[in-house]
Design a protein around this ligand. Structure first.
Ligand code: DGL
Length: 271
């Protein structure tokens, strides 16, 4: 395996850029190759079979370009495709975002009463309930499917009356599953949601700590690269691929990355 090869990262759209940003901060010397499967977004409303097929195809594109490691920067794809991708690519270290997200929530929650906002498919898979149960016995976990938040995030519509009304609706459905005032941690179980964190925080109130997978995923990636002698030195490059709408990807992607992204920095690819 070539140390200078990039770490491949994919998501259905721009959401995984929240993970890419954390990787960049933690591992600035690494080359990163990001694929947003914008032609088939959203993944979160699709069947297990479709998500698995999309994840295999996205990985094939990245793998063809010679990556040294794969990060599934999508909770939905992590829930349905992590095992299959590890089996089909035995030589490629593969990391998903569910276990790192569960770990962040377990470390943060004092009461062990953890709410999860995620896509419909991630909720259907019971992904966070299972992962948190493995890490913290006795935890109480409830999830709420919040599909409209993906659309708002892809639109870059992050604050104001409309996002707040949508967040209030989903959070209301979630908090009523707990005894009043008991949920002390809210896990953003979709990589699109951290850009809405300020608005979510405003509705959730000061007694609920927000966590997501980005930082803990970057720590896991660092560990795996180190264990496999795959760390490189020098300045890393980032390349972007999208399966549709490069101008749109660049415009909204800039919001996720916190710095402008030009359309000519994004290559259009077919799966
Ligand atoms: N960002 C993805 C996730 O973390 C999915 C969004 C979508 O395509 O529905 O689940």
């Amino acid at each position: 395996m070539n140390r200078d090869a990039a770490i491949g990262v994919f998501d259905s759209g721009v959401g995984g850029l929240t993970v890419l940003r954390a990787l960049r901060e933690k591992l600035p010397e690494e080359n990163l190759l990001y694929l947003g499967d914008t032609a088939r977004l959203p993944y979160g409303t699709k069947s297990a079979r479709s998500v698995l097929q999309y994840a295999l195809q996205a990985t094939r594109i990245l793998d063809k370009r010679g990556i040294k490691m794969l990060v599934i920067a999508c909770n939905t794809a992590s829930a349905y495709a992590l095992d299959a991708l590890s089996e089909t690519h035995p030589d490629l270290p593969v990391v998903g975002v569910i276990a790192p997200g569960a770990q962040a929530a377990c470390e943060t929650s004092k009461s062990g009463r953890i709410g999860v906002l995620a896509t419909e498919s991630t909720v259907r898979a019971g992904a966070y309930e299972k992962s948190i149960a493995n890490m913290r016995s006795g935890a109480e976990v409830h999830s709420s499917a919040s599909p409209l938040l993906v659309g708002l995030a892809e639109e870059g519509w992050l604050a104001g009356e409309v996002p707040e009304a949508v967040i209030r609706h989903y959070l209301g459905a979630l908090t009523e599953k707990f005894a009043p005032g008991q949920m002390d941690c809210l896990l953003l179980g979709c990589t699109h949601f951290p850009v809405l964190a300020k608005s979510i925080e405003k509705i959730a109130g000061p007694d609920v700590a927000l966590v997501d997978s980005a930082h803990t995923t970057a720590i896991e990636v660092e560990k795996i690269l180190g264990a496999n002698q795959l760390r490189r030195s020098g300045g890393g490059q980032i390349r972007f691929l999208a399966t549709d709408g490069v101008a749109r990807f660049a415009r909204v992607g800039g919001v996720f990355l916190g710095k402008p992204l030009e359309p000519d920095q994004v290559e259009l690819v077919d799966l």
